[in-house]
Unconditional design. Sequence first.
Length: 441
Amino acid sequence: MKSIALIVVTFFTPLALFAQSEPDYQALFKNLQKLQQDLKQSEKSAVACEASQVKSCKYSDYCQSLRNQSQNFYLYKNSDGKTVPNSFFIRLVDQVRACLDQPLPEVDTQDIFANPLKLKKSDPRYKSELVRAQKVFEDAQARVVKLLESRKNAGNSKEIDQEIKRIQGIKMASPVFTDKRELERDCAYPGASYDSNSNIVVVCPQMLGMPDASILSALSHEIGHAVDPCNVYSQIAGESVAVGKNPFREVVSCLSKPNSMGAKDFSKKQIKDAITAEEKDYAKSLGPLSAEVKAEYEKRREIVDQNFDRYRYCRNFSRNADMQEGFADWVSAKVLAQKVSEIKDPAAAKTYAFEAQLTSAASECESVKLAAINRIEAALKNDCPQFADYKEQLLHPDGYADPTKVPHPKISRRVDKILFAQPEMQKALGCTPSGSTAVCD
């Protein structure tokens, strides 16, 4: 099972497939060429940013603080030279070349982490940043172990020890890509993933140039997946907690409450009813079902009856990723809360807390995305009418999502109700708590 940290924006139907009216290709070429030049210049001239003030402890306010950088190559750069590429805008500039009737090269970025196809294992910067990421990974690993140890008592010591052994066995890897199709498939955007089959956390190369806090946030989330409410009962690295013995049952219950994340928790009946509804829709579309197909649907319902307690929180079993992602977020939030509480300088603590959520900002912040789209539209003018349809896909991806895939819960709900619920994060950011939210301790 592969769990992915970072919710990413999917680029759907290629622009060239939309119906087109006759544009002024010459003007369009010049405008897009200028857009590329401006983007490249902003890469060269990028200067260090200060962590912006987030007034309210809400993801929307956090995103708004980044809006001024939404049309630059980097969404953020700190005083140590660590950067967060504006991946949504960079990819969008590349995508709109499909509006043209002649080739226009991609933006020739010099940042090997913004364009990982340029990255080579022999590159000195890759080597040094990989060493840094490994140190952050080991810190995240140790902090998750410490979190588990803090929950240990006479009634759950066996299960906690099993989880600790699994966590301590996780390794980190960061692949180098030479094939664009493989990159798009595995690491289209900055992020990381946990593979339960190998007990490995894979870090996409785009993350390696980011601030420590951004990397720690993503890695502690992925490490958390090793003991999330689905994987906790799986056989991983020779360890498996007995069904019903999850030592974090109270946290799982809390995450489902309205004053926390409100994670969906489907009953056995709801999961079986969804299978039946799918069967009826299938029959309505294709006519009477064969005996073999009916038997397959009945088998799926039987599997739910037989395995509900073990797999109820697994995304592919319940078609619901809320609890797996919510729990991994909770682990990450606890690690980050502990980390910022150790930073005595308030300015440094604020910077660390601010940088912790930057990984998803370029692809998930609505205000950032809208500002980037507006810049594209200004360059296109009326010479790429198909972009209006494409814009709808970008702003409302849920309506165009692949129905066979289980979507992640909304990032704003996860950040507002889990990360920004932590008092240590609120203090570090200096933001005003937004309503009454359960910390799920």
